[in-house]
Design a protein around this ligand. Structure first.
Ligand SMILES: CC(C)(COP(=O)(O)OP(=O)(O)OC[C@H]1O[C@@H](n2cnc3c(N)ncnc32)[C@H](O)[C@@H]1OP(=O)(O)O)[C@@H](O)C(=O)NCCC(=O)NCCS
Length: 208
């Protein structure tokens, strides 16, 4: 169910040489790593995740500050196709969030692209099953994703796009070491751009 490459935004991102990555011989692609934190496993998405993710995408709390819940299964299939397609061509992608001590899939955390909105930076984006909120889990996941982005992908910069009223997400970005850079309109809504450069990451957290 891997996405055709045509679905992947084809352009050079300010922080990452996307075209060169896409042009690489696929035999040279590294397998997608699994990231591990104290309480979480962040693994790549699989076709078998559709059922659980469809339930999450239909949940209005999980979908707070989005364009709305998914009402059709094909929307979840498109999401999973998209991120598996990114994995398949070896570009920074989304991770399924799995608690270490449970056989469950409770959300996502990883990278998104928005070239259709003239945003050239790669976003760290996340959503979590509401039963697991306010335990510091997505902060843990976002830090691992940030370090993966700067440490493994050598990104020059990452951002998070957050509605000003989304206090929990703002806190996650702050705890992830990001700072508000500006306010823009994104998908018709006021949106804070939280950002962090590679230099800021190195200064705060050191080389990894
Ligand atoms: C945003 C989201 C992923 C955060 O996940 P989480 O695992 O609960 O986040 P954490 O526990 O790591 O951190 C949440 C922080 O927000 C704080 N918080 C939560 N609700 C709050 C409120 N109403 N007022 C003030 N602070 C609040 C928590 O106290 C915590 O901060 P602290 O560690 O300083 O106490 C989760 O709320 C979610 O999935 N929301 C719906 C989807 C969404 O908004 N995604 C982001 C789109 S930009």
């Amino acid at each position: 169910m891997a996405a055709p490459v045509a679905q992947i935004p084809r352009r050079r991102f300010a922080c990452y040489d996307y075209e060169s990555q896409l042009a690489r011989d696929s035999s040279s692609l590294l397998p997608v790593p699994t990231l591990e934190t104290e309480r979480l496993i962040l693994r790549s998405f699989r076709a078998q995740d559709v059922d659980v993710m469809a339930q999450l995408f239909a949940n209005p709390d999980f979908m707070r500050f989005s364009l709305g819940v998914f009402t059709e299964r094909k929307q979840t299939i498109a999401f999973i196709d998209k991120v598996m397609g990114w994995d398949g061509v070896g570009i920074p992608s989304q991770f399924a969030v799995v608690p270490r001590d449970e056989d469950a899939l409770i959300g996502y955390c990883g990278f998104f692209y928005h070239p259709e909105h003239q945003i050239e930076d790669i976003e760290i984006g996340y959503r979590l099953h509401p039963d697991y909120w306010n335990r510091g889990l997505i902060t843990e996941a976002a830090r691992a994703v940030r370090d993966h982005g700067f440490g493994d992908w050598k990104l020059s910069r990452v951002i998070s796009l957050i509605h000003p009223e989304n206090i929990p997400s703002r806190r996650v970005a702050e705890k992830n070491g990001m700072q508000v850079e500006k306010e823009i309109t994104f998908r018709g809504f006021p949106t804070l751009v939280f950002g962090m450069t590679r230099e800021q990451w190195l200064a705060k957290y050191g080389a990894r």
